[in-house]
Design a binder for this molecule. Structure first.
Ligand code: FAD
Ligand code: ZN
Length: 467
């Protein structure tokens, strides 16, 4: 081990600096096998002071650093590049819930606490932390904030950015910014925390966060609804908003093909409805009130049936039925690989434009690759569609995936026509870095570069990601 590495080891204790290739292996690739990297070492600090000392040394020695949380990111930002010069800074040992205040409705946690532990801590205090992702058992709050993660409750509670009141951040030169405020109102100048949120580890290392909590729902109504088209799904969304307002917490669209793939490959799932339908919606209402939601749901479903917006519906009658309905939606990402190659997009357009976007993009990819099987699904309530395309049956997987960039470019052109975004919730990372100059306003891009140069003048923070 060279003297620089020894100095890194001295800060955190040599056994918390992994250099053996077998020890480092899990940190060097992500679960989809899209990215693998090399690193000099994996550093596992346990305190903010240790992170500060590590970054001061990295700054001094020009050592590039890649922050990593739960390694569930979908754009490769947590994976080092191939030159092997970087040190991975894994926040997993910074896993303390520092404090919880159920009266102010706030919780302060360290960056390495997993999302499900934050949810559990809130639940233990009879509160709700509403961020909800299928990766919640492994992803960390530091990663959630650094990617501004979205998920299935954005409709009612916003994305990670909206749930954050303050941050503790270690800057590129090792200085600690203590911005762990829990204030609901604070207009004392620039809102610095929002620079670090969504920065994917390129501007600083988040070591702790203060987060918003909410009243715990006492009643939930979960429905699985058959609709003829995305247009009908949009009408249903409009109706649900009118009837339920803020009580509408989830509104997810899924195509029939997606349901078929789940039924084929996710053990224990079954079709909730008797007859197949071209499209489906998973909808959830929740309320902290004691009165329940029965009357609201009844009114809403009656109106939807009367107006011909839905053709069939099932309402979860128990928690286990609710879990079954959710399982269909949550399995949809993981089962696609069993059907062969899949070309993916995480895009958003204005909510009202989703049906037109879907019609255009589906027709386009079918024309480009006859026999391909579009599987667009996701957060219709946020205008965010995971526009995935499964390879034609029996086609060569490698030949299909070789068309990834070409298909991306075509779909992103449709997105641009609707004034949409090429990354709605997963970030830019390494996957979409080359696309950013083509979609960002030049002035915006110049401002981003100026901010990067100010906060990370020697460019040691996640140099392979975003910019
Ligand atoms: P990592 O993957 O370790 O890192 C992600 C990025 O953040 C990297 O650029 C990394 O450098 C940076 N980073 C991590 N920690 C820090 C830190 N403390 N300080 C500074 N930078 C840091 N995402 C959604 O938005 N919505 C979804 O619905 C969703 N569903 C998913 C479902 C599955 C099955 C999977 C596997 C992923 C899903 N994701 C989703 C993506 C992923 O879970 C989120 O991006 C998550 O927020 C990443 O957290 P992480 O701790 O794993 O971060
Ligand atoms: Zn999503």
């Amino acid at each position: 081990m060279d003297s620089t590495l020894q100095a890194f080891g001295a800060i955190i204790g040599a056994r918390n600096l992994l250099t053996d290739s077998a020890d480092m292996a899990p940190y060097l690739k992500e679960w989809r096998d899209l990215f693998t990297g090399k690193a000099r070492a994996v550093a596992r600090p346990s305190s903010t002071a240790q992170v500060a000392a590590l970054l001061a040394l990295a700054h001094e020695t020009g050592t590039p650093i890649v922050p990593q949380g739960g390694n569930t990111g979908l754009v490769g930002g947590q994976i080092p590049v191939a030159d092997g010069r970087e040190i991975i800074l894994s926040l997993g040992r910074m896993d303390k819930v520092r404090s919880i205040d159920p009266v102010s409705d706030t919780i302060i946690v360290e960056a390495g606490v997993t999302l499900s532990r934050v949810q559990d801590a809130a639940d233990g205090a009879d509160r709700l932390f509403p961020l909800s992702l299928a990766s919640e058992g492994s992803c960390t709050i530091g990663g959630n904030l650094s990617t501004n993660a979205g998920g299935t409750a954005v409709l009612a509670y916003g994305n990670s950015r909206d749930l954050c009141l303050g941050l503790e951040v270690v800057l590129a030169d090792g200085r600690i910014w203590n911005g762990l405020r829990t204030l609901r109102k604070d207009n004392t100048g620039y809102d610095l925390k929002n620079l670090f949120i969504g920065a994917e580890g390129t501007l600083g290392v988040i070591t702790a966060a203060s987060l918003k909590l909410f009243p715990k729902p006492r009643a939930r109504a979960t429905a699985f609804l058959a609709v003829d088209s995305p247009d009908q799904a949009l009408s249903l969304l409009h109706l649900a908003r009118a009837e339920a307002g803020q009580q509408l917490t989830t509104f997810e669209i899924m195509p029939r093909f997606g349901i078929e793939v789940v039924l084929r490959h996710a053990p224990g799932t079954r079709d909730p409805l008797a007859a197949p339908s071209p499209w489906y919606v998973l909808m959830e209402l929740s309320s902290p009130g004691a009165d329940g939601l029965d009357a609201t749901v009844e009114r809403l479903l009656e109106a939807a049936l009367d107006q011909g917006v839905i053709s069939d519906a099932v309402l979860a009658a128990s928690e286990s039925q609710r879990q079954d309905l959710w399982r269909i939606r949550e399995a949809m990402s993981e089962v696609q690989r069993f059907e062969g190659g899949s070309i993916k997009h995480d895009v958003s357009v204005p909510v009202a434009a989703v049906p037109d976007f879907l019609a255009e993009a589906i027709a386009l990819v079918i024309k480009m690759i006859p026999g391909c099987r579009p599987l667009p699904f996701g957060h219709l309530g946020d205008g965010n569609i995971h526009f995935n395309i499964t390879q034609p049956e029996g086609a060569d997987k490698a030949a299909f995936l070789a068309r990834w960039d070409e298909i991306n470019a075509a779909v992103h052109a449709v997105v641009a026509n609707f004034q949409g975004s090429i990354s709605a919730e997963h970030g830019i990372g390494r996957l979409k870095r080359h696309l950013l100059p083509g979609v960002k306003d030049p002035v915006e891009l110049a401002l981003m570069r100026a901010i990067k140069a100010t906060l990370d003048p020697t460019g040691i923070l996640n140099p392979g990601a975003v910019l």
